[in-house]
Design a protein. Structure first.
Length: 349
């Protein structure tokens, strides 16, 4: 046998006709090789594993009106879908700076974009928090545009090892950068009942914050650790046994969604970093420079709206979105993850 020949690996087998578990979805995880299957999944209104479908692309591009030679920032690179649209418009001559905090997905996106021909001469990728956007200006100069598509990507949600979804078993992590800070499991180990209740209310308006915080903290105090997504889901279920049987299942699902979101926001300090980013924006944009922010949570949208209004009153923005732009019904049908999106924009004076 030729020593150089790569070792053949056996195809992953799954029960039935469709793979259900993330690591079995090997076709979706190799979209270049299995283009047709991936296209079929998108047509069914689903997002293939390991991929993210960019939201409000047309609305964002219509507003930004990017032209060749411009310089801007994609503050949340993710899968790079928005970045590719931007790059196709700013070349020749322009340059895009793109950030993400995720050390797991960022190298994959970087490699994919490089294979599409976007090298460091036109696309400068930095693993950094957008709260530090001002640091890039010494390199880039004043920016013609900034885009931020807040929250998490489908790749992060779908990977059970990241712990973002209560629907699949995985470690209770939920950090965008698992190499830094505290996981949710670690946060829960030492948190007080009052603090936990505050997080659930402040970050996600959880109506059952009191019984949930009480059950979580007493479970841990009794010596039962909560270290996996499904163990947290079980504890939330236990906390809500008092709900009427007819609506309990649906209420538990909504509470799980809100609690996971609240805890994710907490461990990633999402509101704090968004506030820092918003405060810096008017000072990194060139005159006439544009910013577009896509948010998926009322707490985020409120912050974006307040900041835009504040700097508009101060005369630093010459125009701001009167109302948020929503994705079309067609987009929401084809990609249910778009449903909660709100797009706001501002133009530097
Ligand atoms: C919704 S996804 C972006 C998807 C992207 N627009 C696309 O088209 O593929 C959000 C991304 O922002 C990143 N992110 C969230 N907060 C961040 C922050 N404070 N600084 C930098 N990146 C952040 C997440 O890790 C995630 O990859």
């Amino acid at each position: 046998m030729d020593q150089q020949e790569p070792k053949r690996t056996r195809r992953i087998r799954y029960k039935g006709t469709h793979p259900k578990v993330f690591h079995e979805k090997y076709k979706e995880l190799q979209p270049e090789q299995y283009k047709d299957q991936v296209e079929k999944i998108i047509q069914q209104g689903r997002t293939p594993a390991g991929m993210h479908r960019s939201i409000c692309v047309n609305e964002i591009m219509d507003f930004l009106q990017i032209t060749p030679g411009q310089t801007g920032v994609d503050a949340t690179l993710g899968y790079g879908g928005h970045s590719v649209e931007i790059l196709n418009r700013l070349l020749p001559g322009g340059r895009l700076y793109a950030f993400d905090v995720d050390p797991i997905e960022l190298p994959k996106t970087q490699e994919r974009l490089l294979s599409l021909g976007f090298g460091p001469d036109v696309l400068v990728i930095q693993r950094m928090n957008f709260a530090e956007i001002d640091q890039i200006v010494s390199l880039s100069g004043p920016l013609n545009f900034v885009l931020a598509d807040l929250g998490v990507s489908s790749m992060q949600i779908d990977n059970p090892q990241r712990g973002f979804s209560f629907k699949v078993e995985g470690p209770l992590d939920l950090r965008l950068n698992p190499k830094s800070g505290k996981s949710v499991a670690d946060l829960l180990k030492t948190i007080s009942r009052a603090k936990l209740e505050e997080i659930l209310i402040e970050n996600a308006d959880e109506p059952h914050a009191e019984p949930i915080a009480k059950t979580i903290t007493s479970t841990i105090a009794k010596g039962t650790p909560i270290t996996t997504t499904t163990s947290l889901q079980e504890v939330i279920k236990e906390a809500l046994v008092f709900l009427p049987a007819a609506s309990r299942k649906e209420e538990i699902k909504k509470s799980c969604q809100r609690c996971f979101q609240a805890l994710r926001i907490a461990v990633n300090h999402e509101f704090t970093v968004l506030d820092k980013f918003l405060d810096k924006l008017p000072f990194v944009l060139a005159p006439g420079g544009k910013v577009a922010i896509l948010s998926f949570h009322s707490g985020e949208d409120r912050r974006v709206k307040k900041s835009f209004q504040h700097f508009f009153r101060l005369g630093l923005y010459r125009e701001i979105a009167p109302d948020p732009i929503r994705p079309s019904a067609e987009e929401c049908n084809s990609n249910p993850r778009a449903k909660s999106a709100k797009l706001r924009w501002a133009i530097k004076a």
